[in-house]
Design a binder for this molecule. Structure first.
Ligand SMILES: *Cc1c(COP(=O)(O)O)cnc(C)c1O
Length: 502
């Protein structure tokens, strides 16, 4: 026997408690300093990917021998603080990535320290129940039945995929889990504004992207219901099998909400699975003045919601809720002989989350969500979400009243607008085409400037700047600063790139 392992091993990965305490305190001090100075930093780094690679030393070989842990943590913190896009910055308004709850960072440290494997109940007795409670609380928050099934996954894509697979299992008129995709053509219905996850899902799960019926939208970018009815009837008439309708509760480009109650009724009439993608917008249903369309998510067979978006938890945290908990087990469960997870007594009724979704070993994502839900409470979320929406409205008004900005859409906390030089009249093909190029280049220029991070949307052929506030650090002053920054940079860019013949 190797003597080194007789009593206590000298493993190179071990850190003794005293040393862990010292390193941990130092790291927490560094992080607190970072959080306290976020707003003074550039929102995005100005360096190119190649410059960032060389700062890292991307070509360095794998070390043969180890390095002092404290030095490594210092270096990692410096690299990340110097070369990151900070979605926790008050002027980060791009995509749908929230400022993260600081408590979530501490929760992740605790979760990784206990390191429960939340795939099997006996491997994670308390963590499993905390996840179950978190799922129930999220359902309660959304006004969804609290006896639903559900689990936490990495994000909106995985939450939507999980629901998609439950729908496929439930609605395919043959045993799709055993014999695969060899029956009649299954079809899914969704609006043209739906997030790109639907393409990955149709592709990955064997339907193929041709099975997606991209329905047109109305003037408010909401699903056209007569087109939905027509498409379902057409597919039936051709021997295809309509499977599910996906309604979006807060579309990614503009925050549009599909007419969910009407879609629910159409699904009921046609025996289709009704899925709501609320990855972004679902939490807004807690507001006292939430639109009736949004409240329709309570009628869905399944809902996807991203705690790492509008519940402000750190990445990664997505969540799927399924009205009939059994539909998840039906879609995902197997019982290999080498798992002893079910217990043998009647009081050993563990939940084994590996049976509810695609993952096997699972981390303790729920802790940061559970902690944040309790820290903030329903009222705290209602206040933060209402504030985010108010700021989006304020930005819309600022753009609408500014002579060089054109406000275009406002939905939930998403505002879209564009820069239009004072001497140009939009409308003609030539001017529109230049405005698209100009606003596209302006978006890049704003990012490089580090003052604000926006993203884009394309609505009716117009390339637009897009601000999405899922950021509890953003203030009215940040919104008020935007028109000056955008028009200053817009004018400078216009002077550089405008073609002579315009
Ligand atoms: C963000 C988003 C997704 C994808 O979620 P991820 O967490 O990025 O995987 C899906 N649908 C909608 C409506 C979204 O806004």
């Amino acid at each position: 026997m190797n003597r080194k392992t007789d009593v206590r091993r000298a493993a190179p990965i071990e850190i003794e408690p005293d040393e862990f305490r010292r390193l941990g305190h130092q790291l927490v001090d560094t992080i607190a300093e970072f959080m306290g100075t976020l707003s003074e930093r550039a929102v995005m780094p100005s360096q190119t990917p190649n410059q960032i690679r060389s700062a890292l030393g991307i070509q360095n070989p794998l070390p043969e021998h180890g390095t002092d842990a404290g030095a490594l943590l210092d270096e990692a913190a410096r690299l990340l603080f110097d070369y990151s896009t900070f979605n926790g910055h008050p002027r980060f308004l791009a995509y749908i990535t929230s400022s993260a709850a600081p408590l979530g960072a501490l929760g992740d440290l605790l979760a990784a320290s206990v390191n429960p494997n939340v795939g099997g109940g006996p491997l994670a007795p308390m963590a499993t129940e905390i996840e179950a409670q978190t799922i129930r609380w999220i359902a309660e928050l959304l006004g969804y039945p609290t006896d639903c099934g559900g689990l936490l996954v990495s994000g909106g894509n995985m939450a939507n995929f999980t629901a998609f697979l439950a729908a496929r299992r439930a609605k395919a008129p043959w045993d799709v889990r055993t014999t695969g995709m060899n029956g009649p053509h299954l079809c899914v219905y969704t609006s043209a504004e739906t997030h790109t996850w639907i393409q990955k899902a149709a592709d990955l799960f064997g339907l193929g992207t041709d099975s997606i019926r991209w329905l047109p939208t109305d003037a408010d970018l909401r699903m056209d219901l007569s087109a939905l009815r027509q498409a379902i009837a057409d597919d039936r008439a051709h021997g295809r099998v309509p499977m599910m309708v996906v309604g979006t509760a807060g579309s990614t480009p503009t925050g549009a909400i599909d007419p969910l109650p009407e879609i629910a009724a159409i699904c009921r009439e046609n025996d289709l699975w009704f899925h709501v993608d609320g990855a972004y917008g679902a939490p807004a249903v807690i507001l006292p003045d939430a639109p009736a369309d949004l409240k329709g998510l309570s009628l869905a067979d399944s809902v996807a919601i991203d705690p790492h978006k509008w519940l402000y938890t750190p990445l990664e945290a997505g969540c799927v809720l399924v009205r009939d908990a059994k539909a998840l087990v039906d879609a995902f469960s197997y019982h290999p002989v080498y798992y002893h997870l079910d217990g043998t007594g009647s009081d050993l009724n563990h939940i084994n989350y590996y049976e509810y979704g695609p993952q096997n070993s699972r981390g303790f994502r729920a802790l940061k969500v559970w902690l944040t839900l309790r820290q903030v409470g329903r009222a705290g979320y209602a206040q933060m979400i209402a504030d985010d929406i108010q700021l989006a409205e304020a930005l819309y008004r600022l753009a609408d009243t500014h002579p060089e900005l054109e406000a275009v859409t406002l939905g939930l906390s998403v505002t879209t607008f564009r820069f239009v030089p004072a001497d140009l009249t939009p409308g003609s093909e030539k001017v529109e085409s230049y405005l698209n190029d100009l606003n596209n280049a302006l978006l890049t220029r704003l990012g490089a400037g580090g003052e604000v991070s926006l993203s884009n949307a394309v609505v009716a052929g117009k390339y637009l700047l897009r601000s999405c506030v899922v950021n509890f650090r953003t203030s009215l002053a940040d919104m008020q600063a935007l028109p000056e920054i955008i028009t200053r940079e817009g004018r400078a860019l216009d002077a550089e790139i405008r073609p002579d013949d315009l």
